[in-house]
Design a protein around this ligand. Structure first.
Ligand SMILES: C[S@@+](CC[C@H](N)C(=O)[O-])C[C@H]1O[C@@H](n2cnc3c(N)ncnc32)[C@H](O)[C@@H]1O
Length: 292
């Protein structure tokens, strides 16, 4: 993972902005679900999957502030509050998504703050303030620079703070989404590709954008990071692995024709729990190495 030139970063930021414009239109779908999402939260329910809830149990005992990166309409963010985080912060590039999130938080009188920006530009006033950084469910592929993303995670966390990611498994990238068996996709059938895929699918083909008069004005850019790239970016940024799990379950219906018995033979989602090292831990490690 080499250092990225300023010119490349400018291009990646431009890609982020373009992708963000498409997501801003797609917020109409989140708006449509707003009343149901709010009812769920009001009733004390939450939208996190059972496995996420297992990883995040007991938040009330250790989590002052939880920061949700790419929070979309804020239902998962507010679920972190329902699960015990004292305060939640959502960051997303789409103002329309955050309008939906804000309305829910006001209706629930929840201690929530929302920031509209590219994740790479998450304000420095949040640095070192998070006991938990949470993200996933269709978040990482929109990041064009995984090392820069990992740097943001690290700077937001308090020393000893945790990162929890529940995300689509990058292996899914290689399969043809319309096939009835595992068949390599003609466009993305290479797990190790470094190529950015433009206008590959969601949210470009979502109802919200389909209904738009001139959908050619939208361009979205995806990069599927390998598990190695994700993990190593976070290690380089100063996080330590606590737990990693893979699951056969899909988190959205991306292979509608694939029979469940086939679907369940390969991983489709993963959990990643890491902790930002305390400065002392690193010092101890060095001493041990020197002694050994
Ligand atoms: C699939 S949604 C994530 C769903 C989310 N996990 C949830 O709670 O529903 C992807 C989100 O990423 C946001 N996004 C995409 N690129 C971004 C960027 N560079 N910076 C901040 N947010 C971004 C989009 O606006 C969208 O809300």
């Amino acid at each position: 993972m080499g250092k990225i030139s300023g010119l490349k970063m400018d291009l990646y930021r431009k890609y982020h902005q373009q992708t963000g414009i498409a997501w801003n239109v797609t917020a109409a779908i989140y708006e449509r679900d707003e009343a149901n999402d709010l009812a769920l939260l009001r009733s004390g329910g939450n939208s996190l999957f059972p496995v996420e809830q297992l990883f995040l149990q007991g938040l009330n005992t250790w989590c002052g502030r939880a920061i949700h990166l790419q929070c979309a309409g804020g239902t998962d963010t507010l679920s972190l509050w329902q699960m015990g985080a004292a305060e939640v912060v959502g960051v997303d590039i789409s103002e329309n998504m955050l309008t939906v999130a804000r309305r829910k938080a006001v209706a629930l009188d929840a201690p929530a703050r929302w920031y509209c920006c590219d994740i790479l530009d998450t304000p420095h006033e949040l640095d070192g303030s998070a006991d938990l950084v949470y993200t996933g469910k269709g978040a990482l592929p929109w990041m064009m620079a995984i090392q820069a993303w990992a740097g943001v995670v690290a700077r937001l966390l308090k020393p000893g703070g945790k990162l929890y990611v529940f995300e689509g498994h990058p292996l899914d990238w290689v399969w043809d989404m319309d096939a009835a068996t595992y068949q390599f996709s003609a466009q993305t059938g290479d797990y190790f590709t470094e190529t950015v895929a433009t206008d590959r699918g969601w949210p470009l083909f979502s109802g919200a954008i389909q209904e738009h008069a001139n959908k050619d004005q939208f361009h979205v850019h995806e990069h599927q990071w390998t598990l190695g790239a994700i993990l190593n970016s976070l290690v380089v940024a100063g996080l330590r692995l606590e737990r990693f799990e893979e699951y056969p379950d899909l988190f959205w219906n991306q292979f509608p024709h694939l029979p469940p018995e086939l679907a369940h033979r390969l991983p489709h989602t993963f959990s990643l729990l890491m902790r930002k090292e305390q400065p002392l831990e690193r010092g101890n490690e060095l001493n041990e190495l020197e002694v050994g």
